[in-house]
Structure formats: structure tokens, C-alpha cells
Design a protein around this ligand. Sequence first.
Ligand SMILES: NC(=O)c1ccc[n+]([C@@H]2O[C@H](COP(=O)([O-])OP(=O)(O)OC[C@H]3O[C@@H](n4cnc5c(N)ncnc54)[C@H](OP(=O)(O)O)[C@@H]3O)[C@@H](O)[C@H]2O)c1
Length: 349
Amino acid sequence: MLSIAIVGATGAVGRECLALLDRGIVPVERVLPVGSPRSVGRDVGAEFGLDLPLDPLTTVEELAPDDLDVGLFCAGAEVSAREAERLTSAGVLVVDNSSAFRMRADVPLVVPQVNPHALARRPSGGIVANPNCSTIQLVRALHPLHELAGLESVVVATYQAASGGGLRGLAELAGDSAKLLSDPGTQSEPGGRFGQPLAFNLVPEVGLRDETGLTHEERKLVREPRKILGLPDLRVSATAVRVPVFHCHSEAVHIRLREPVTGEAVEKALANACDLRVYGRSAGSPYPMPRFVFGEAEDRVKVHVGRIRVEPEDPRAVAVWIVADNLWVGAALNALQIVELGVSYGWLG
Ligand SMILES: NC(=O)c1ccc[n+]([C@@H]2O[C@H](COP(=O)([O-])OP(=O)(O)OC[C@H]3O[C@@H](n4cnc5c(N)ncnc54)[C@H](OP(=O)(O)O)[C@@H]3O)[C@@H](O)[C@H]2O)c1
């Protein structure tokens, strides 16, 4: 039985961590919700309808590491960079959802279905990084294809939901959509959580642009799969787009393999991967869509892959369409599966 602090328990990812703990994903004897000073006094158990052994909400500065096994950080990179090592130096395992530590050599970047071996031993620095939400669903589909025929290069375009921008992103999309529906002449200014108005729009800039023209999100999509898949030379080209969808990220992915493949072999390799739902290639078969993936728990825990094609003129070129819940598969679920992995390897709890 574990004692777990959820840092950022009131946010979009934090509350999904609490919901998954409530469903018994890992056995807990104590859960400490942690928020900013704004949230002190909130009863998150009652607010979110939880049946967990919850302590009163505290701030991260007041969080004592005594008797704590895991600190699960979902409060942004600034909070992680400032507070995580205070907990690890007291022997707490930190699982971090932010980008603060992902590319550090001593920090494993883990997707349990892809590189569980990275956690065969407790990480020396006491930190495990959860990858970016778009990266997780991408590597979950790339991994079986790499095992089938070797990855040479990947081109990905993302269609990212507003929940990737946290509770504020969701509220902005709902508010702006309602305003525009009631008065289509409403003027919207640049700014807000996405830099541009998102309602009835597409924003091809997720995060700030660097001197090369890549956005932060695109840079993560290039670098993180290389580290997780252990392929430092993998060529990845990414375009990240925010779309006016509340939940679930989608990705159109073009993959070049080292060996020729058939459509049947690709479908079979994907279907054999853990918690990956394949939508067959036959005419008339359905394909995954964000509105339907965000619904039942059995769909929210899976990566959904459809529109599987092998180019008729080039049997090394494969295209797929991937949809997954960014809050579960892309964040809370992956983080708690990391905790589960530590328990199953026997070095945690
Ligand atoms: N949303 C996604 O799909 C997603 C996916 C993967 C990774 N992530 C990462 O997960 C993290 C959280 O994202 P989110 O979408 O959940 O954001 P969010 O909805 O804005 O929630 C932010 C959380 O951080 C807390 N917080 C802010 N400042 C704090 C402070 N000084 N001390 C303690 N807590 C503080 C907030 O508490 P208050 O309510 O008290 O302000 C809130 O609980 C980010 O690093 C994000 O990059 C998000």
C-alpha cells in the first residue's frame, strides 16, 4: 500500500489521477492532494465525489516528505523544477508530468508498454519523467511497427484538444464557442491559453516557436520518441495543431519502415500490442474519433489506431490515424502505470 501526493490535484491532469486512484489502479493507504495557496480549504474528495483515504489539501511548500512513497507532479514545469528534488532527497519517488526533467540523462522517460525495462531498477536520481501527451500515443503505435520492420522516419501532424491546455483551455473553448454561437459577429483577439482564439478555428502553433521555427510541442515530438524507443537517429518531422475539440488528441502519421510490409502484417502487429484498439482496413469499417474515444473508461485507457494504409507503390510506407485521451493515456494513466511498474519490479512500496 502506497502513500501518494498528487501535486496539482485540482487541475485537469491531477483530478484524473485522483479519479484513477479512486478506481483502484494502484493500492493506496493515503493520498495527499496538493494545490496552490488558492486551493487551500477545498474539499477535493467531496468536490470530485471520491472515496479515497484523502488528507486535507496542502500547498507544495508545506508538503512533508515523511512516510511518502510517491510524489506525482502535475502542476507545471516551474513547480516541478523547484520542488521535486526536495522530495527525492528524502527518498520519495517523483513521477513528473511536466517537461522539466524529460531529456536529462539520469531521468528515465517511460511509457510502460514501450520501454518498461528503463524502470527495472529504481532510478538513481529518484525521478521518472512522463512523456508529452502527444508523444505517448505516438510511440505506443510506433513501437509494434518498429518491432515488425524497423523505423526509418516518421512524419506526424497532430490535432490537439483543448484539454491539453488544462482547465483554463477547456473553459476558454467553451466560453468562446458559446459567445460565437450567440453572436457570430463577436470579435476575438489573439491571446489567452492558446495564443489565438480556438473556437471554430485551427491554431498551428502549440507552444512557443524557437529560432529554428519549431514549436516546443514539435521539438518534444522529435526528441522524446528517440529517447523512449532507444533510436537516437530516428528522423521525426512534426506539425502540431490545436483544434477546437474538448478532449482527445488525434494524429495523422506517415511512417517509413526499413523492410517492406503488408497491410495484414501491420494490422496484426498493432492488434497484438497491449491496450491498443485497431480499426480494420476493410471498406466500411469504422475509424477512431475523439468524441467517441472520450466516453467509456474502456476506451479512455486505450490508444485507438485506424485508417491503416500501406502505400501500393511503396510497401515500406505506412500511414495511420491515432486517437487517444490525452488526460488518461497521455498523462494520468501513464504516470500511474509507471508507479504500478515500480511496484511490480519490487523496488517501490
Ligand atoms: N493537460 C494535458 O493533457 C497534459 C498532458 C500531459 C502532461 N501535462 C502536464 O501536466 C501538468 C498539469 O497540466 P494541467 O493540464 O492539469 O494544468 P491545469 O489544469 O492548469 O492544472 C494546474 C494545476 O497545478 C496547480 N498549481 C499551479 N501552481 C501551483 C503551485 N505554485 N503550487 C502547487 N500547485 C500549483 C493548480 O492548482 P490550483 O488549482 O490551486 O491553481 C492545478 O491543480 C503540466 O505540466 C502539463 O504540461 C498535461
